[in-house]
Design a protein around this ligand. Structure first.
Ligand SMILES: *Cc1c(COP(=O)(O)O)cnc(C)c1O
Length: 476
């Protein structure tokens, strides 16, 4: 494809995206295709001869779009938002256009240095501590996902806890990590990948009402493990759990970690970015004093297209010692002087995209003010929705809710717990099948709850009110 052909089709693609976004409400939110339907509509064999790009665009409309669930639809309320935005899309396109590999500083200095600047900017915007900044012992890095960020944290913690032995000799003995039943499954996965073993992923009790981690039980488990000769390695506390956005008590957990020299990782994948609003900054209480690492996802609620997780460390040394490998083919004078950052030592893979461009585009286009307004809109709509649920005698609201997620369910007076759960799931399926909106669910203390996650940039008050109207109308 020549630059001229690229210009021609590039314009068509940008127009296609703009048309898609402006007419997104004409699609059913959740794709209505059956398993295998997209696959059979596609050729079984690749083309031998190149095809005109028109045919790709034609198939996009005919075959691909019906199999797409519209995450940017204003009535998408499932899971958590995965915000896209004009500046996010354009930043991603620029990154593709440059096509650089930013594994070390020397392979594209701007890729590294822009990343350093934007992660420091974001630390400032979220009120994170000065020691997370790159000009201190710590620093931030963009990862593909919170799952990768968790794995990097576990590997750094394991390096520190084992005095470097885990990387050289392999793990011998037990190096437990501590989570709660509400912690994201990414932590267990990280434990398995790191060789800690699922058995050494210890599950701390939660308060049954708030679903937050119980620091006293954490203390007891750590003491038990120490007495048994294990080396407690990492505790993961969550700010905004995936199920209900519960907030673990970071300060109390941090004190327990400090007593035993255990690494504290804070997973704020969804909720962390909301601290850009001063009125929500309290969610970070305890992070400055106790967190060894902290991750949040601009790709969820901060208008930055997937993938963009930022991981910060209070001290980058254990991570770099755990992950740094310098093969001959990557030797270069800049690395040798030690004056530059080589982000390949801050992640699992070697190659890395120029992701900083999209976060930079987003922050510059919206400014802190615009980003705050986006978060505040989601929080206000969630408050309004929760008030409607609370005021309705046929529904139960799960409290507290701090962010854009509201968990609730119909009361189902007279039904057994099992029947009520089945009825709640059936109601959700009917709503999702209608294509008018998309909700997801969770289970809390044996009860199925509906999750209404508000925060797509296109969502307005009318979409939330319409969703409530439909949910109500589905009650028998
Ligand atoms: C979404 C989420 C994750 C996983 O995020 P990925 O970036 O998809 O890996 C981890 N932790 C929490 C609390 C989440 O909400």
């Amino acid at each position: 494809m020549s630059p001229e052909e690229f210009r021609q089709y590039g314009r068509r693609v940008v127009d296609w995206i703009a048309d898609y976004l402006s007419s997104i409400e004409s699609h059913p939110v959740r794709s209505q295709v059956r398993p295998g339907e997209v696959r059979v509509a596609l050729p079984a064999h690749p083309p031998e001869h190149g095809e005109p790009y028109e045919r790709v665009l034609g198939d996009l409309d005919r075959t691909i779009l019906p199999g797409v669930t519209h995450w940017q639809h204003p009535s998408f309320f499932a899971y958590f938002p995965a915000n896209a935005s004009g500046p996010g899309i354009l930043g991603d396109l620029l990154s593709s256009g440059l096509g650089v590999q930013g594994m070390v500083w020397a392979t594209s200095p701007a890729c590294t240095e822009l990343e350093t600047v934007v992660v420091d900017w974001l630390a400032e915007l979220l009120g994170l501590p000065k020691h997370f900044r790159t000009d201190s012992r710590g620093g931030g890095v963009i990862q593909d996902s919170a799952s990768s960020a968790s794995l990097v944290a576990v590997l750094a913690a394991l390096h520190r806890a084992s005095g470097g032995k885990a990387g050289t000799d392999g793990i011998s003995g037990r190096y437990p990590i501590y989570v709660s039943s509400q912690t994201h499954s990414a932590l267990e996965k990280a434990g398995r990948i790191a060789g800690i073993g699922a058995k050494n992923v210890r599950v701390v009790d939660v308060d049954p009402a708030t679903l937050t981690m119980d620091p006293e039980h954490l203390r007891a488990l750590i003491a038990e493990d120490v007495a048994a000769g294990a080396v407690p390695t990492l505790v993961c506390a969550t700010i905004g759990t995936t199920s209900t956005t519960a907030i673990d008590p970071i300060t109390e957990i941090g004190r327990v970690c400090r007593e035993h020299g255990v690494w504290l990782h804070v997973d704020a994948a969804y909720a962390g970015v909301s601290a850009i609003c001063p009125e929500l900054r309290w969610i970070h209480d305890g992070v400055a004093e106790y967190a060894d690492s902290y991750a949040t996802n601009p790709h969820k609620w901060l208008l930055t297209n997937f993938d963009c997780t930022v991981l910060w460390l209070a001290d980058r040394a254990p991570m770099i010692e755990a992950l740094s490998i310098l093969p001959e083919f990557l030797r270069n004078s800049a690395t040798d002087t030690g004056e530059v950052i080589d982000y390949r030592d801050w992640q699992v893979s070697l190659g890395r995209r120029f992701r900083a461009l999209k976060l930079w585009s987003v922050i510059r286009w919206y400014g802190a003010e615009g980003l705050r307004e986006h978060i505040r809109t989601g929080v206000a709509l969630a408050d309004e929705f929760a008030a409607l649920v609370a005021a309705d005698p046929d529904f139960v609201l799960f409290e507290p809710h701090h962010f854009g997620l509201v968990c609730f369910r119909p009361k189902w007076t007279g039904l057994s717990e099992e029947d009520a759960n089945a009825a709640t799931l059936a109601l959700m399926e009917r709503l999702n099948d209608s294509g008018a909106l998309y909700l997801s669910h969770t289970k809390v203390n044996g009860r199925v709850l509906l999750r209404m996650a508000i925060g797509a940039p296109a969502t307005e008050r009318r979409h939330v009110l319409e969703a409530w109207h439909r949910i109500r109308a589905e009650l028998p």
